[in-house]
Design a protein around this ligand. Structure first.
Ligand code: NAP
Length: 258
């Protein structure tokens, strides 16, 4: 159960869709003031309207491409300026592009997109946000990892590498921040039905639907529950990691289909 939070500010990357959108709504319902970042500002504005309808609060909305250091700096500075503090960073922006074996990938832009967004973007956001948390005496970095950060699979070399990196960064950061008032958590889901597979298959909805055929995947709300639960524990409690899979999934590629 989420405990009610007052006067704290949560910054959510990739808030325009899926897990980021659901987490923004649930964190707002738990009492956080929320700042929403992603490239699709029109979608962010629609979500801000939903948050207003559900909670009465005005969410902060700003374009953010986590791959670009200048945009990250401007976003974090604007959130600090707007709310006066930053308590939570949900490093959720991320994507997979393609499922090709390494030797068959001709378009290294797919690799760049995954590494720049999932790893470099997360690092840039963390570097900008954490000093404000330390200064404010309270903070929490929640990273969206994946079970792909715990076991690799064929066709997922670079996506898995990016999520292994997220786990390494989470573990290192937890040690670096020991003694500081900043918690560090990774939430590592299995299959969640969002826009993730549509993006992975370059917009092919049929291929994306096939990923979840005959099984019951997790929903974005299931993951938002995990995020919000970790975020609303008492301040002395650090949830290091949450691994969550559908009942129909026992590992990468190990899926019960009916
Ligand atoms: P999604 O519905 O496709 O959402 C991805 C979000 O990331 C979108 O809001 C997108 O917004 C944002 N994003 C992508 N590139 C960005 C960039 N350069 N700068 C800022 N925002 C960016 O997918 P999702 O499933 O919710 O994914 C969220 C996270 O969960 C990802 O890190 C993913 O790896 C992780 N995850 C997903 C699953 C799954 O099965 N779905 C499983 C494990 C982990 P814009 O396009 O508007 O920028």
């Amino acid at each position: 159960m989420a405990l009610k939070v007052q006067g704290q500010v949560a910054m959510i990357t990739g808030a325009s869709s899926g897990i980021g959108r659901a987490s923004a709504l649930q964190l707002a319902e738990a009492g956080f003031q929320v700042a929403l970042g992603a490239r699709s500002v029109d979608k962010l504005e629609a979500i801000a309207a939903e948050i207003k309808e559900a909670t009465g609060q005005e969410a902060f909305v700003m374009r953010l491409d986590v791959r670009h250091a200048e945009e990250v700096k401007a976003f974090v500075a604007a959130v600090k300026e707007h709310f006066g503090r930053i308590d939570l960073l949900l490093n959720n922006a991320g994507l997979a592009k393609g499922v090709l074996p390494v030797v068959e990938e001709n378009d290294t832009e797919n690799w760049d997109a995954m590494l720049d967004t999932n790893v470099r973007g997360l690092l840039l956001m963390t570097r900008e946000a954490v000093p404000h948390m330390i200064e404010g005496g309270n903070g929490h970095v929640i990273n969206l990892g994946s079970i792909a950060g715990r076991e690799a699979y064929a066709g997922g070399a670079v996506y898995c590498a990016s999520k292994f990196a997220v786990r390494a960064i989470t573990d290192a950061l937890r040690q670096e921040l020991l003694g500081k008032p900043v918690r560090v958590t990774t939430v590592d889901p299995g299959m969640v039905e969002t826009e993730f597979s549509v993006t992975r298959y370059h917009g092919d909805q049929e291929k994306a639907n096939a990923v979840y055929a005959g099984m019951t995947p997790l929903t974005a709300e299931d993951i938002a529950d995990c995020v919000t639960w970790a975020a609303t524990r008492p301040k002395h409690v650090n949830i290091d990691a949450i691994i969550v899979k559908p009942l129909d999934q026992a590992g990468a590629g190990k899926v019960a289909r009916r």
